[in-house]
Design a protein around this ligand. Sequence first.
Ligand code: ADP
Ligand code: MG
Length: 254
Amino acid sequence: MQEKVIISVNDLIKNYGDFQAVKGISFEVHEGEIFGLLGPNGAGKSTTLEIIETLREKTSGKIYVDGFDLDESSNDIKKIIGVQLQSSGYYPGLNLTELIILFGGLYNEKVDPIQLLDTVNLRDKAKAKFKELSGGQKQRFSIATTLINKPKIIFLDEPTTGLDPQARRNLWDLIKGIQSRGTTVIITTHYMDEAEMLCNRVAIIDSGKIIAMASPDKLIDDLVESGFEKPKEVKQANLEDVFINLTGKHLREE
Ligand code: ADP
Ligand code: MG
């Protein structure tokens, strides 16, 4: 099947003063996929995402989002993407319903707060304030805010960092659900199990350069084919399996 390209990045460079954080990277994201940007801290993932999100200036390179040229049509791009807002923007006096109505107003978009909260399993918290939520609930709410303008593409920068294993799994289901409704997802994560589980394709970035890009399956097969062997016998389960088995897979945040 011919994939439709929804984001194309060509030879992107970003300099901060005389430090080059992104060193001429190129990649394409296909419509409807979950695309992962992986790489150590400081690799240039957030810089790359924020440039595509029109929130940061690039130094050079060409970027197209759903056919729009970033240099000419950043306002058109803003309308079709969903970006996680900084939590500092979550006015402390407002509850989740009021926040969604407020953000909807910013996007000039009529939203049904309860329906949106339902999508992220937070209907019970409609009257709660952001600061009263657990870590997992905060992330789910933050993902809900990316969906307010019914975007074609959402950007998630380390959405599961710091979450417990159950909350992490819960977000995986949520992100898969968003994909299944046709939205393209770009995500960064430091958890390789998560990338393997969620992403159709990943790009691995190191020091501002893409050093590998393919499906997780293909990257693993290539490594095995190169003669790689795990240094020790792998058990049938690991400590995370023990944890999930003991504490349950269900939502346990309240
Ligand atoms: P990642 O998200 O992969 O951890 P970043 O894109 O945040 O990486 O950062 C890439 C590099 O650029 C890092 O070395 C970081 O210190 C540097 N950097 C990021 N933002 C700025 C900035 N505003 N000014 C100067 N250097 C920055
Ligand atoms: Mg980052």
